[in-house]
Design a protein around this ligand. Structure first.
Ligand SMILES: [Zn+2]
Length: 180
């Protein structure tokens, strides 16, 4: 079975109401897209085309999902499963507040940064698993941009700190699996 299919089955077993739904054609997702363009002054323009969003226990997928490889879907789903578990842990409402409220203020959104970092740890681990540890290093520019740039509203604009988080995590992955 494809790696991503097997993981989807696992996620469905853990979260029976889990579904993968296209963003395109959903009114709320279209409204979020507009709101993000406004609050980021056009900095986040790819919500419908490139960003995957876990919301209400579902995974809302952009246009690009169709073209993703099995391995890339697997890495993505490892990340999104963290958000599903966070939602179960915190409750959807609290998580929504922690996650969304800090768009005001932009630029310092510690809650969202921690929520995302917990998920990106799994992105790194899944990447190491599928593509090897060196591929983690290639994710660094994207990760720095995600945290410090407009994609998530400049949630944690401290690249040195993000670099340190990445260093620590890569060191941990190496320690856990010295052969990769
Ligand atoms: Zn995320």
């Amino acid at each position: 079975m494809e790696r991503s299919r097997a993981l989807i089955a696992e996620i469905e077993a853990e979260f029976p109401s889990f579904r993968i739904v296209p963003k395109r054609g959903d009114r709320l997702q279209a409204a979020i897209d507009v709101a993000l363009r406004v609050v980021t002054l056009g900095g986040q323009r790819s919500y419908m085309t490139r960003y995957h969003t876990a919301l209400f226990g579902k995974l809302w997928v952009p246009d690009s999902y169709e073209g993703m490889s099995d391995d890339d879907r697997y890495v993505l789903l490892c990340h999104e499963r963290v958000h599903l578990r966070q939602r179960a842990r915190m409750g959807g409402f609290v998580m929504g507040v922690v996650y969304l409220l800090p768009f005001f203020p932009l630029f310092l959104a510690w809650g969202r940064a921690r929520i995302e970092w917990e998920a990106y740890v799994q992105t790194l681990r899944a990447t190491a698993e599928v593509y090897g540890i060196d591929a983690c290093e290639e994710l660094r520019p994207m990760l720095i941009a995600r945290f410090t740039g407009p994609d998530y509203g400049w949630m944690w604009p401290f690249p040195r700190q993000i670099n340190r988080w990445i260093d620590d995590e890569i060191a941990q992955i190496r320690a856990l699996s010295p052969t990769t």
